[in-house]
Design a protein. Structure first.
Length: 302
């Protein structure tokens, strides 16, 4: 009877909350296209683009150099890892080129950290240039608030990235352990997505990846979900640095994370393209105004 009840729960129609979460993903994607169309015509954004070439190229070069350096100590640990997993199978995954490709989805967030930490006026400039065009009064009200120290944003985003890389590294290592590797990926996908779309939808998202031939697609899905979540919150840093409230951040996370993921997903894919992708950061930061407007309107916040 319990089994039949659980099965009925899985196949029952979507609840209103579940429909809202799925709709949020779709709205986020649609907002990104509307935002790109609007922001690409903004004269300030166009001007900033012309001035961004040098430092964006520098960011990409530095990120790739950092990955090359990080690959050295990791490869030195191969003999130790060989006690738990097949070191010969793991070695190709730790090559510098593979690390670059595997980390490309997180380049947008890392570039965002560099920009908002070293050049906060740059992110604020394009953000408020578009916000002023959309809602001058709300833009002036937010700009008047004193921003928090860059250390606060760096700490929060750094903690979020460490969690993400920890999950992906653990899943990657467990994929080389017999028997356990069957469960590692679907369990991780279920755990990561359940807060955003609920346990039932998370179950349907995760169970296909018990099939070994779908593991590559599953790992890509997991990276996309995690990296888009990080990027979505990073793009709202001009707002979060001025509205320093954990309650507000938690409320936005609870109510609007699917929409943020859908919105950031489009820019994540664009910015993951080697070298060229970095140039979409300025556009992404400007477009974040659209998703912020929806959040504030839906929740009645300022």
């Amino acid at each position: 009877q319990r089994v039949s009840g659980a099965a009925h729960g899985l196949i029952a129609p979507l609840s209103e909350w579940e429909k809202e979460r799925v709709g949020g993903l779709y709205r986020g994607i649609s907002y990104s296209y509307s935002a790109i169309h609007f922001c690409s015509k903004n004269k300030y954004v166009q001007k900033v683009y012309r001035n961004d070439v040098k430092w964006l190229v520098a960011c990409v070069v530095l990120l790739n150099a950092a990955l090359l350096l990080l690959s050295v100590p990791v490869r030195l640990l191969l003999p130790l890892l060989g006690l738990m997993v097949d070191a010969d199978a793991l070695a190709p995954h730790l090559s510098p080129l593979n690390l670059m490709l595997q980390s490309s989805l997180f380049f947008p967030t890392v570039i965002g950290i560099v920009v908002t930490t070293a050049l906060p006026s740059h992110s604020d400039g394009v953000f408020f240039a578009v916000y002023e065009c959309r809602d001058g009064e709300a833009s002036e009200h937010l700009r008047a608030r004193k921003p928090a120290s860059w250390r606060r944003g760096l700490y929060i985003v750094g903690k979020r990235l460490l969690r993400v890389w920890g999950v992906l590294s653990l899943v990657g290592l467990l994929s080389f352990v017999p028997v356990v590797r069957i469960f590692a990926l679907p369990v991780a996908i279920f755990w990561v997505t359940q807060d955003d779309v609920g346990p039932r939808l998370s179950f349907f998202l995760s169970w296909p990846f018990f099939l070994p031939h779908l593991s590559v697609i599953g790992y890509l899905f997991l990276k996309l979900w995690l990296s888009s979540t990080c990027l979505g919150y990073e793009l709202l840093e001009p707002y979060f640095r001025r509205v320093r409230s954990r309650e507000v951040e938690h409320a936005i996370k609870r109510e609007h994370t699917p929409m943020l993921i859908g919105f950031a997903l489009v820019f994540n894919l664009l910015m993951a393209v080697p070298v060229v992708g970095a140039f979409f950061w300025t556009l992404a930061q400007a477009c974040a105004v659209f998703v912020l407007e929806h959040i504030l309107t839906a929740s009645g916040r300022t």
